[in-house]
Design a binder for this molecule. Structure first.
Ligand code: SAH
Length: 278
């Protein structure tokens, strides 16, 4: 079947990847091993799915669009390595749906060209949050996302794109930009360019002692753009105390949120947890 014959639906953010180069980059970045048990979100017409099936032990795909599910079942349903779940990835409890299928449990990699309209919630479901990290983290995630999101995920402190998302995700995972993918690599082309990122979940050292506090700190700290951190945090910590803490951590008190590294955010949250001696 030709790409154009399966009319893409806007509501499900459907853009079929057609670039061999991009597909190769995704599969290479996933470092597939014969024993891999992989999750794919949004298989669409199955172009990536078919590639993945060649190199894995098992593949579970979650697709919301019933028509596409019918088509995928017809084409790939007989492959004993493949299991398709129909539904909204954000609301499905994948591990419990897999209970009757022992051969498909223990998914440890995610490889997907995800629907861009729900990138944030997908990342949160895969990684968890600072205060509630995924208790069974994946070994590796390779995702095709909007280029602008990719830039925020891999941003270094002090750069224009380093924001709350960068801190939240980099607290939970190493983030690496694999390559950019032009809009023309899709049918229909999305309005934005894309990029392949690889995320490797790992614990942050040293961890935040009070993860709720760290979350609040990040939220408030990045609240008003381009303001000094201490002004954004006025409702949370007195100006003088914050100045003292920043000096103790050898951070310039005039610093802005986007200048603090993940380690410095954690150090600041940990210091704030310690009751002032005065
Ligand atoms: N992987 C395919 C399709 C990518 S487009 C390719 O590269 O060509 C995104 C896919 O995600 C579409 O198939 C769309 O139907 C599906 N999708 C959108 N929202 C979803 C959701 N909430 N849960 C699962 N799949 C979803």
């Amino acid at each position: 079947m030709k790409l154009q014959e399966q009319r893409p639906r806007k509501t499900f953010a459907q853009h079929w990847l057609k670039s061999e180069k991009a597909l190769d980059a995704i599969v290479r970045a996933a470092q597939l091993q014969p024993g891999d048990r992989v999750l794919e979100i949004g298989p669409g017409t199955g172009i990536l799915t078919r590639r993945l099936l060649r190199g894995v032990q098992s593949l579970v795909a979650v697709e919301i669009d019933r028509d596409l599910c019918d088509r995928l079942t017809k084409e790939l349903g007989r492959d004993s390595k493949f299991l398709l779940l129909q539904g909204d990835f954000l609301s499905l409890d994948v591990p419990s749906l897999l209970q009757p299928f022992p051969g498909f449990q223990g998914l440890h990699k995610v490889v997907a060209n995800i629907p861009y309209n729900i990138t944030g919630p997908i990342l949160e479901k895969l990684l968890g949050t600072i205060a509630n990290p995924n208790p069974e983290p994946y070994d590796l995630l390779v995702l095709l996302v909007q280029k602008e999101v990719a830039e925020r995920l891999v941003a270094k402190p002090g750069s224009r794109t380093f924001g709350a998302l960068s801190v939240r995700v980099q607290y939970l995972a190493n983030c690496e930009l694999i390559c950019t993918v032009p809009a023309g690599a899709f049918y229909p082309p999305p309005k934005v360019d894309s990029a392949v990122v690889r995320l490797v979940p790992r614990p942050t050292e040293p961890p935040a002692l009070d993860t709720r506090k760290l979350e609040i700190l990040i939220k408030l700290g990045f609240g008003a753009k381009r303001k000094m951190l201490r002004n954004n945090l006025l409702s949370f910590v007195e100006r003088d105390r914050l100045t003292q803490l920043l000096e103790k951590l050898e951070i310039n008190p005039q610093v802005r949120a986007e200048d603090l590294s993940v380690g410095q955010w954690v150090a600041l949250a940990n210091e704030l947890g310690v009751k002032s001696q005065e």
